[in-house]
Design a protein around this ligand. Structure first.
Ligand SMILES: [Cu+2]
Length: 339
C-alpha cells in the first residue's frame, strides 16, 4: 500500500524539528515516530568513519532532517578537500529503516552559493518533485514508503551530477526486509566505495579542490571506502572468531566499479538485492556497480577463517592501490598483541 506523496517547500515545519537530536514520540493510531537531525547527530570519523551498524528502530515512521553543507573533509591522511556533504561528512550519515516504513525527509540547503538536491534510490517517486534542486537557504520536505529491501544509494542529483557526487554528496539507506534477514549476524558494517579527483587550489593551498577534467576522464587519484583512503588499515573493523558478519556495500562512484572481495574468506551468501529468497551461495568476488549496493555475509569460523587479519578490497588492483583496501581483524592475532 503506497502512501500518497506529500511535497512541501516550507521552512517553518522543518525549523520545528531542527533543534531535536534524536527522540521518539508516540502518535496515537500511527505508531511511533523516530526523528533524527543529522545536523546534530554527526557520524563519528575518529579513528575512522564509524562503519559499525545499529539495528533500525521499531518506529514505523522515520523522519530525518538532512542539512547539505560545504565542509572540509579528509580524503586521505593529511589530504584536505573542499567537500560538498549531506550532514557534514563524506559519506553522509547512514539511514536505516525497515521495509514498509514511511521515510520522511526534511532537506535543508545550508551551503553557500550552490543549489543541491537528493535522490533516494530506495524510493519510487517522481523526480520532478522530491528530487528538485533547492537554492541555498531553501528547504524541501517529502516522504516515501520503503517498499523494497536492500542497501541503496542516496545522492545529490543536481547537474552536473558527476561533480556533485565527486564532491562527496552521497549516503547509504539500508532497508531491512520486513521480517529481517534470515541469518542472524553478530556484527554488521556499512562500506561505501567512492572515487575522488583532487587538484591543488589557487584559493587555499592547504585544501584540494575538484578536478573536472579528471572527473570527466574517470581518472581518480583516490578510490576509498567510507570517504578516506586506507583508513581501515590503521583502524580495522573488529570482529570475534566465530562471528557471522554482514556487510552492506554500496558504491557511490561516481565512476569506478567495486569488485568486492575479502582476502582469506568466501562469502557464505551475497544478496544482490534485498530479496531474502534470492541469495547467491559461496561467492569469492561480487561486483557492486556505481549507483548500486549488495549485501554480503561471511563467517569467521574457527579452523578456517578464524583469528587473524583479512583484507577487504576491490579486486581491480589499480583501484585498490589508490586506497580501497581495509582490514577485518578477527580476534587478537598474535602479531598484533604488542599493539
Ligand atoms: Cu549537490
Amino acid at each position: 500500500m503506497l502512501k500518497p506523496l506529500k511535497i512541501a517547500l516550507t521552512a517553518a515545519g522543518i525549523l520545528a524539528v531542527g533543534a531535536t537530536a534524536l527522540f521518539s514520540t508516540s502518535l496515537s493510531g500511527t505508531g511511533d515516530v523516530e526523528r533524527v537531525d543529522f545536523g546534530v547527530t554527526r557520524t563519528g570519523l575518529t579513528p575512522a568513519y564509524n562503519a559499525r551498524l545499529r539495528p533500525a528502530s521499531r518506529a514505523a515512521i522515520k523522519e530525518f532532517r538532512i542539512p547539505m553543507t560545504h565542509d572540509t573533509v579528509e580524503i586521505s591522511k593529511g589530504v584536505r578537500y573542499v567537500g560538498w556533504t549531506f550532514g557534514g561528512t563524506v559519506p553522509g550519515p547512514v539511514i536505516r529503516v525497515r521495509q514498509g516504513d514511511i521515510v520522511r525527509i526534511n532537506l535543508v540547503n545550508e551551503a553557500v552559493g550552490v543549489p543541491h538536491s537528493i535522490d533516494f534510490h530506495a524510493s519510487k517517486i517522481p523526480m520532478d518533485h522530491a528530487m528538485k534542486s533547492i537554492a541555498p537557504g531553501d528547504s524541501l520536505s517529502f516522504e516515501f514508503e520503503a517498499t523494497t529491501a536492500g542497501v541503496f544509494m542516496v545522492h545529490c542529483g543536481t547537474p552536473p551530477v558527476l561533480m556533485h557526487i565527486a564532491q562527496g554528496m552521497y549516503l547509504p539507506i539500508i532497508v531491512d526486509p520486513r521480517d529481517g534477514w534470515p541469518t542472524e549476524a553478530d556484527k554488521e558494517f556499512v562500506l561505501i566505495q567512492s572515487d575522488f579527483y583532487p587538484k591543488g587550489s589557487v584559493i587555499d593551498s592547504t585544501v584540494m579542490e575538484g578536478d573536472w577534467d579528471a572527473m570527466q576522464g574517470a581518472t581518480p587519484k583516490y578510490v576509498v571506502f567510507n570517504g578516506r583512503a586506507f583508513q581501515y588499515k590503521d583502524a580495522p573493523l573488529e570482529v570475534e572468531e566465530g562471528d557471522v558478519v554482514r556487510l552492506f556495500v554500496m558504491n557511490a562512484g561516481p565512476n569506478i566499479r567495486s569488485d568486492f572481495h575479502v582476502v582469506g574468506n568466501i562469502f557464505d551468501r551475497v544478496y544482490p538485492g534485498g530479496n531474502v529468497n534470492q541469495p547467491i551461495d559461496g561467492v569469492q568476488t561480487y561486483m557492486v556497480p556505481t549507483g548500486g549496493g549488495a549485501v554480503f555475509e561471511m563467517t569467521f569460523e574457527k579452523g578456517y577463517s578464524g583469528t587473524g587479519n583479512y583484507a577487504f578490497v576491490t579486486h581491480a588492483f589499480a583501484d585498490a592501490n589508490k586506497g580501497a583496501v581495509g582490514v577485518i581483524q578477527v580476534g587478537k592475532p598474535a602479531h598484533m598483541a604488542s599493539h
